[in-house]
Design a protein around this ligand. Sequence first.
Ligand SMILES: Cc1cc2nc3c(=O)[nH]c(=O)nc-3n(C[C@H](O)[C@H](O)[C@H](O)COP(=O)(O)OP(=O)(O)OC[C@H]3O[C@@H](n4cnc5c(N)ncnc54)[C@H](O)[C@@H]3O)c2cc1C
Length: 492
Amino acid sequence: MATKAAFSLLTGNNIYEEDPIIEPILKHLWEDYTDHEQELVEFGKWAGDELIPALWHLDNHAPPQHLYFDPLGERVDQIWISPLQRDLMNKLNEFGINSDPHSSDSLIYHYALGYLLSDAGLYCIFTLTNQVAIILSKYGPFKEEVPYISGAQKPYKYGATFYTEVTSGSDLSRNQTIARKDGSKWLLTGEKYFTSNVGIADYALVTAFEEGSERHIKNLRLFVVPRHREDGSPNYVIRRLKPKIGSRLVPTGEVELKDSEAYPVGDLSLGIYYTVESLMYARLSNSVASMGLAMKAYLEAKKFAEQRVTFGKPIIKHTLLAAEFEEYLDKLRRGVLLGFLAVAEMDKCWQVKPPYNEQYLYARLLTHIAKNRTAELAIDITQWAIEVFGGIGVLSEFIIERWHREAQVTIIWEGTAHIHALEMIETIRKKQAGRLLIERLKDIANSEDLARAEKIISFIESGEAEDVIRKSRHLLRELAIIIENAYLGQFS
Ligand SMILES: Cc1cc2nc3c(=O)[nH]c(=O)nc-3n(C[C@H](O)[C@H](O)[C@H](O)COP(=O)(O)OP(=O)(O)OC[C@H]3O[C@@H](n4cnc5c(N)ncnc54)[C@H](O)[C@@H]3O)c2cc1C
């Protein structure tokens, strides 16, 4: 019998069964749903009984630590992970949160568990690992390592993506890291400023420019950098871990590459394609995790509102708050649907390779739309959930404030809102992905929404460039709402 933790009203409940939204959406979009239903129920129980209490404890009392030296004074740069967190990571691998891309056709199970897990830090560890497993399985090198990196075989191994530098997160053409060829070996030198999963990851995807090449995004190269050199010594220096307001369970550090041994991913000249593709899988994770953590905050708030009494009745019975509970449930339904819609579209084409196909470009467009919308919703919903708790909502001894802290990062990493607005323009203006969206909406959107979507797509395709950019963030949101309206109509 699970013990209810005092800091959370949700603990001790099955978070899959408590969720009023996820089941019909997964059933609608995932043809293998029935094969996995029991696993989702089991995961929901484990999450309510053990995962959420453990996350609260780890986040508050035992996040990853950087241990610089051993007792003999040797610099070791160990990232210490609590044994409890290691146990959770093993358990997530046993649940099969990631799967070997060579033997699995569908990615949806990964995203379904990601939604239920949804802790921005712990899930990030598996998101990054999933990205690396997919990229290596498609393009190599180290294909033989993929069963370990995907958690299909022990010992479990992990991945990371080191792209951002102090000069360049959104604009990777400003990366300063240099790749130099020494005989048959590639050696990388530079500094990476945000390196999540550092110390855990066995393999990192790393962006760099070849020595002497022009700093143009098309010349960006993608390499794999193992944690250790061929002789077993550390392949890079971990300078420090960053203190963060959320996502604390994934260690995010700074890394110095000093002639670090590196291996090209696929065809070197396609580095920018692989880099952007790897981000797509993480952007989808971000979308479902945003909504998963928003759902946890909503459920906590609902349980509180059912029991907290003011003016003679439970606060959920007051007309104003009752209306808001309906409004926020609608927001959740929209976000969860949009996130999994993007996942389902990517699931149809994730095996395709550059120059990709029409379906991939459509899935990419939906991913930009979903990533931004779900992050905005998560911040809004978790903020509102704090309000429902009143003064108790801001006390760090209870879990509710944590979901809002976790939500903050979802709008920044894997591309900021501005970058998704700009990338949406690119997929519509340069790659005509908007036409496929209109095709899909034709049979399911109401006439007013369809006319508006056609107007938006035409404007993005051929409007004056500066004007399109100025309005793009609003248009990104408006397209999201039109898509949600259309697909929600299919449910009723
Ligand atoms: C907790 C955390 C973990 C992270 N982990 C990783 C990791 O593991 N690997 C990794 O590679 N990166 C990681 N990042 C980095 C993250 O991806 C970047 O912070 C993000 O992409 C933004 O880049 P930046 O910080 O350099 O901001 P900038 O690119 O400097 O942007 C600053 C502001 O300017 C805006 N802006 C930039 N260009 C434009 C434009 N053309 N038009 C309009 N607005 C613009 C941005 O939207 C933003 O609001 C992590 C970040 C965080 C917060």
